[in-house]
Design a protein around this ligand. Structure first.
Ligand SMILES: Cc1cc2nc3c(=O)[nH]c(=O)nc-3n(C[C@H](O)[C@H](O)[C@H](O)COP(=O)(O)O)c2cc1C
Length: 515
């Protein structure tokens, strides 16, 4: 029997639920940096959360929300999904800065482009894993403005030395996961897995020979699942959150599908998962538009695995019992600390594949009462199950490292009022502007410098009236230079002094008028 639960509806989750109760419905999700090219404005890179939605072929899903990025992805047919290492967290924050389109975040981060092998869009040389993707599906939601992208991995570039390391070592380095947020600032705390794998990770049997150019190893998608490329494939399939998907069949019997992958995030709609076409879940969700995802924890590992062997309806045999219904007809599981009622917003077959992508919103939660007062969400997150592929393409269970939640001091990485310098769709670039204002308030830049930067940005922005050449390129260069200095200056006054010197080179020119 599980612990005492409370049940909340969609409204109560906000008005009654504590931050930890709401946070518990999210599962730490992989932070990636997709790189996309706009033929006119150049490269655009930015941190987003991503999930694996299909294994063969390997498909990756993420969502973008800024109007400019959506436009770029709408036109694009390909992109690279780059996965940074734990020690590249500062660079990741930089790429999340909502700078105007035309400013290349790879340059701001001080990184270099990595030419791709199959597609024309480059990746990022410094990160350990670059997944070259063809866009296979894009969903523009009516409300909210977010759009969802699915990329098919057509090529994988990975740091060659990683191929010789045990999987348990690699997952301590990358990927990072967006784990939780500070309730006051909203700034994310990225986490990595602890390295513990259940059952134990296997050591490499033989030393993998160094391949490729000695630094990066490249494998194209058609070779990814060949035995000689296992070390590449198991890294390309990054860790996937695991949970039980519960649906009701036509007779009202509950059906369980053990699922690994997808995205349970904070941005609304919060749930983006995939269901295989040949499953009961597919038929049930399509028919009813409802499902529950029940989050299993480490202490339920045996039950989880027993359930997997008894799918679709071996709940009792696996030691699970049902809760009373909450907001939908589908029931949650008493033993699972978190059960989330979901209603489907979009159900779409992904063309040319064997699965459907399901976009859903949370309409209720049945959750362990004790979670309401949990002081550190990592206590809970470190119990959630993650499917990690190990040598021999064996699935192991990985866990978040309770001790490794990093939240950076502000204002280095954005406004303390707003959270980071990234923004929601309703406040396009508000985070960026709040950051600038806070820099004025804290004395890092002067009023005049603020106006100068704002002026350059508004002249430069394409949604205004794009500046004619050579002014556009001149502004691009100036903004790239000054923003790069600013995003890395943190609280170092010497570095801000260089910002002042640079800005002083340019007079304040009043307003520029379109010819
Ligand atoms: C860890 C992390 C995860 C993020 N996840 C998302 C996401 O899933 N979708 C999104 O639109 N923005 C996400 N953001 C914010 C974007 O990085 C930010 O809005 C960025 O400015 C997007 O670039 P753009 O303005 O060019 O679209 C995330 C930021 C961080 C640091």
């Amino acid at each position: 029997m599980g612990k005492e639960k409370i049940q909340l509806n969609e409204v109560e989750m906000v008005t009654k639920g504590s931050t930890s109760q709401v946070g518990a419905t999210r599962m730490p999700r992989t932070a990636v940096i997709p790189v996309v090219n706009d033929p006119k404005y150049g490269l655009n890179a930015g941190a987003v959360s991503a999930g694996v939605v299909n294994l063969d072929p390997l498909h990756v899903l993420f969502g973008v929300k800024s109007p400019a990025s959506k436009l770029t992805y709408h036109k694009a047919t390909e992109f690279v999904v780059a996965l940074p290492r734990r020690d590249q967290i500062d660079h990741m924050w930089v790429t999340a800065c909502s700078v105007p389109v035309g400013i290349n975040e790879i340059e701001l981060a001080g990184w270099t482009e990595l030419p791709s092998q199959v597609i024309a869009t480059p990746g990022i040389k410094e990160v350990p894993l670059n997944l070259e993707c063809k866009k296979v599906h894009m969903i523009q939601l009516d409300e909210p403005l977010r759009c969802i992208l699915i990329g098919e991995v057509v090529g994988v570039s990975i740091d060659t030395h990683l191929l010789t390391l045990p999987r348990s070592e690699v997952i301590k380095q990358f990927p990072m996961h967006e784990a939780t947020s500070n309730p006051y600032t909203g700034i994310y705390g990225p986490s990595v897995l602890s390295g513990e794998l259940v059952p134990l990770a296997e050591q490499p049997q033989v030393d993998v020979e160094k391949r490729g150019d000695g630094e990066k190893t490249f494998v194209k998608a058609s070779d990814l699942y060949k035995p000689e490329n296992q070390a590449v494939a198991m890294n390309a399939i990054f860790p996937r959150p695991s949970y039980i998907l519960i649906t009701l069949d036509e007779k009202g019997h509950p059906n369980g599908l053990l699922t690994s992958g997808g995205l349970m995030m904070s941005a609304r709609p919060g749930v983006q998962i995939s269901v295989p076409k040949n499953s009961y879940s597919y038929e049930n969700i399509k028919r009813t538009g409802e499902f529950v995802y029940a989050i299993t924890t480490r202490d339920l590992l045996e039950n989880f695995e027993a359930m997997e062997n008894n799918t679709p309806d071996g709940f009792e045999a696996a030691g699970f019992s049902f809760l009373k219904p909450n907001q939908i007809k589908v029931l949650g599981l008493a033993e699972c600390p978190v059960n989330v009622d979901c209603k489907v917003l979009r159900f779409e077959d992904v063309p040319g594949t064997n699965y459907a992508v399901v976009v859903a919103k949370r309409v209720g939660v049945s959750i362990d009462k004790e979670i309401a007062n949990m002081p550190n969400m990592m206590d809970l997150y470190s119990k959630y199950l993650y499917a990690v592929v190990d040598r021999g393409m064996k699935r192991k269970w990985g866990f978040h490292d309770r001790e490794n939640l990093t939240v950076r001091p502000l204002p280095s990485w954005g406004s303390r009022y707003h959270g980071g310098w990234w923004t929601g769709p309703e406040q396009y670039q508000a985070g960026f502007n709040l950051w600038l204002l806070e820099l004025v308030q804290a004395g890092y830049i002067s009023d005049e410098e603020f106006f100068k930067i704002r002026l350059w940005v508004s002249w430069f922005r394409r949604e205004g009236f794009p500046a004619p050449e050579p002014l556009w390129s001149e502004l691009r260069q100036r903004l790239t230079r000054v923003l790069k200095m600013m995003v890395w200056a943190h609280r170092d006054y010497d570095k801000w002094h260089k910002v002042h010197q640079y800005l002083a080179k340019f007079t304040y020119q009043g307003s520029w008028k379109s010819p």
